[in-house]
Design a binder for this molecule. Sequence first.
Ligand code: PEP
Length: 247
Amino acid sequence: MRRPLVAGNWKMNGSIASVDSLLSGLSQLKMAKTVDLAVCPSFVFLQQATAALTGSGIKVGAQDCSPVSDGAYTGDISASMLVDQGCALVLIGHSERREYHQEGDALLAEKLATVVTLGLAPVLCVGETREQREAGDAEQVVGEQLRGALMNQSSLEGLVIAYEPVWAIGTGLTATPEQAQAMHAYIRNELASIEGVSANETRLLYGGSVKAANAVELFAQPDIDGALVGGAALDAVEFGKIIDAAA
Ligand code: PEP
């Protein structure tokens, strides 16, 4: 039985004051005991978030990290720094990193290996663009992203996959529950052929304009084990309703 996970990706949003008020809204939520929860603020708010959420049942994660342990890499943040800040997970290969920072599978594989070695749970994000879906290439693209990051890893402890069709991120267009389920089933099947992955135990999150209004139907699908939530995670009440839908 896979425990659902609902994770919020706050992206590059917030100020000390607005993060304070979001954190206080989150700490007032009635936490569903059957759901794992996490939020991924910007690096500069990690300490604020871990301080506020310690003991709340909501884990804190980061949105990215360097593949390298330390050294002369100006502007980068290492995975061990994230551990030091109290992070439990980290997003790897979000489509915005792939698109705006040209992050490819080889780099993501390196990041994944680094993260796992330090005991952080990697949330590997995969997903096709609208053009790729319309060309009938969605499965091929997602399959390549999975194999590119996951093959030949010595450990994949704690691995979570987030299927986030690029055309659904921040657009208000959600994949239908049937479209999402079909891709999740494909992903689970692909995972079964990758050494070191327990396909049936790996949580597969859906991401892409998830909100309270569509969460129930998405979470009812057999291979959808929760969500990676962007915009709606910036509103504690809405995020709370999504959590309720997963409970
Ligand atoms: C995301 O960025 O991970 C995401 C799913 O965003 P949104 O929910 O806003 O589409």
